[in-house]
Ligand binder design. Sequence first.
Ligand code: FEO
Length: 405
Amino acid sequence: MDQAFQAVPITDRVHWVGAIDWAIRDFHGYATTRGTTYNAYLVVADRVTLVDTVKAPFRREMMARIASVVDPSQIDTVISNHSEMDHSGCLPETIAAVRPARVLASANGVKALAAHFGDLGCPVEAVADGQSVSLGGLDAMFVETRMLHWPDSMFCYLAGENVLFSQDGFGMHLASCERFADEIPGPVLRQEAAKYFANILLPFAPFVLKTLTRYRDLGLTVDIIAPDHGPVYRMDLDWILSLYAAWAAQEPTRKAVVVYDTMWESDAVMARAVAEGLSAGGAGPVRVLPMRAAHRSDVATEILDAGALVAGSPTLNRTLFPTMADVFSYLEGLRPQNLVGAAFGSYGWSGEGVDRVADALKAIGVDIVAGPVKVRYRPTAEDLGNCRAMGREVAEALVGRVGSG
Ligand code: FEO
């Protein structure tokens, strides 16, 4: 086995045996600019348990880390907290190699694993919400966390070691050799945790709130939160718990986001004028994101804690500019809440683009409170004044909702 890859102790009986993906830059449409990790954990009690696995191409790395602790053939139980392929991709090969006595998953997880892999060649048993299972001197308790991030998802709490395995929950796409959150600069952690929440968990914000309430009600003693992506939390757990509570609540702030693309710079100068108006009207911070320079997942991240979204598009062949259609489609799926906004755009002949912007904002759920500003070819000084006034109007509506705080 490759001795290059070693397990990292998390507690006396829990080891990180995952893999670091330094190269990934696209995670189903999300720009993972800092790579990611696929975290798997080995619990060594009277029996040996593997908690989750890794994306298929990284099985060798995981197996080597396992082998640095125990002979992999000693694995008795595999827990599959979430069956998405980044955590289950190498499950069939792992099962074939180690021949565990059982795989444990939620009832939905059992179905999802069967749908992905057919017969895995070993018993796949459903565990119920709240059920405890002995791992041989240590008990694992399962908590269903449906829609965080899939219907099959569950948390697993390891009593005695006080470890909560939270799969996608509290995770982030961040490749690092440092395994613990306290070893990583705070601004990087916050940025990547927010980006992960905005791009993966935002549509399920009500389920996040429900999970946080359940977590509190269970009154578990948790010293460590061990997610399936990014670093492990071993101190100041309230930091990530309270961020999740705030992001899931989707309370609007005075932050405003302007998103646009441009053909001949008309929409670009209009966007800048809108931003000036937003700022003058009391919004702030104001972020301007040209879609030639920003990725859709950066837009989602900026919107996570914003209260306003103003968008502009040229008309191209009687509809939206393609980059704007892309970001609108993405945001509609993510379902951000509690936004006010407005539409703008320039056109040459027929001008449907601005109407499509307004339609798209409404489809996302944005409350249109001003505009639109629609300009033929190049904006005049009066047109730019109208853009500024529209930005100001949006800001005033926003401040009216959230206060000038
Ligand atoms: Fe990391 Fe939903 O998979």
